[in-house]
Design a binder for this molecule. Sequence first.
Ligand SMILES: NC(=O)c1ccc[n+]([C@@H]2O[C@H](COP(=O)([O-])OP(=O)(O)OC[C@H]3O[C@@H](n4cnc5c(N)ncnc54)[C@H](OP(=O)(O)O)[C@@H]3O)[C@@H](O)[C@H]2O)c1
Length: 325
Amino acid sequence: MIGLLCFVAVLLVAVVVLSLFSRHRSHVQPGGAILITGCDSGFGHHLAGSLERRGFVVFAGCLYPDGTGAQSLVSQSSRNLKILKLDVTKDEDVKRAKAVIQENLPEEGLWAVVNNAGISDWSEIEWSSIEDFQHMVDINLFGAIRTSIAFLPLVRAAKGRMVYVSSIFSFFNCLNMAAYSVSKRGLEAFADCLRVEVESFDVKVSIIQPGNFGPATNILKMKTGFDMWKKLDDEKKQTFNRQYMQLASDYFMSTCRAGFKDTTPVIEAMLHALTSARPKRRYLLVSKTDMLFFRLYPFLPSIFTDSVFQLSSMYAKRKEMLYAQ
Ligand SMILES: NC(=O)c1ccc[n+]([C@@H]2O[C@H](COP(=O)([O-])OP(=O)(O)OC[C@H]3O[C@@H](n4cnc5c(N)ncnc54)[C@H](OP(=O)(O)O)[C@@H]3O)[C@@H](O)[C@H]2O)c1
């Protein structure tokens, strides 16, 4: 018994010492540079301003460097913020951005890359084409992979941070969100594998999982049920009734509009991932009332998570309205 107690005590001391040691090692470099993708609007845009005000050199990747989003960042910031043209689907943009960053790096190097650029859309699988899936994955997943591979050597040299903006839809299976979920689940698989690989280089990887921040950013894609219905072939027009598609559209838009109106929780999570000595692996950003549900959801058996939809009135309406003219 005494032997066991001694063993536990030694183990506890070892854990405390190890954690103190790792805390000591993982220092933050506020002078370093940070590359953020997708800064024309939304989370990326707000994060760029916040980091510049905190003394970081910010490379703000924008799709449209002459657009209003990029130009408002320039007008509100010091020379520490540089706009780069960066379409994450283009090898040449990434290559050019890397050359500019290398020429303008502060002594502390490239501290972090925030893979934020992304698009969202909604559609049932049968209303979608392979091109819809490819477009989503090209930006949300391959865009982040392309950027990561290019900049990892610089972040590795700085023992810095890689941050990935995912979504609750990486694990929450939901009607209409297949293409987006595929892209975000893939993104998390990539980030999780990367974390294991780069841990030995003292690089830390964090995943940000925002819930519904539709009203706070430009992510919402406006479209009506009719926009989608008119693209269907005759067989599908018989199967998915037009009124249902309008109902689904109205429901989706009203749900998105009910989301957070302010990006602050996400920006604070990103700042923690970038500046804390002990960043979290995952930051889940949903309301307090939804927190328990979303924390449990990934661990529940599929039989239970599938049945969540059977409880939804929208799902019941969908079943009733299929095939109906
Ligand atoms: N808002 C939410 O509710 C929510 C929830 C979960 C996760 N997220 C994720 O958060 C991230 C940021 O989105 P946001 O909500 O801030 O929306 P946003 O305001 O639309 O910002 C996304 C930015 O990415 C840019 N972008 C699009 N395609 C790009 C490309 N090929 N290369 C580089 N940049 C590109 C967009 O430019 P354009 O505006 O010109 O297209 C936009 O500036 C995304 O990864 C998104 O999936 C958002």
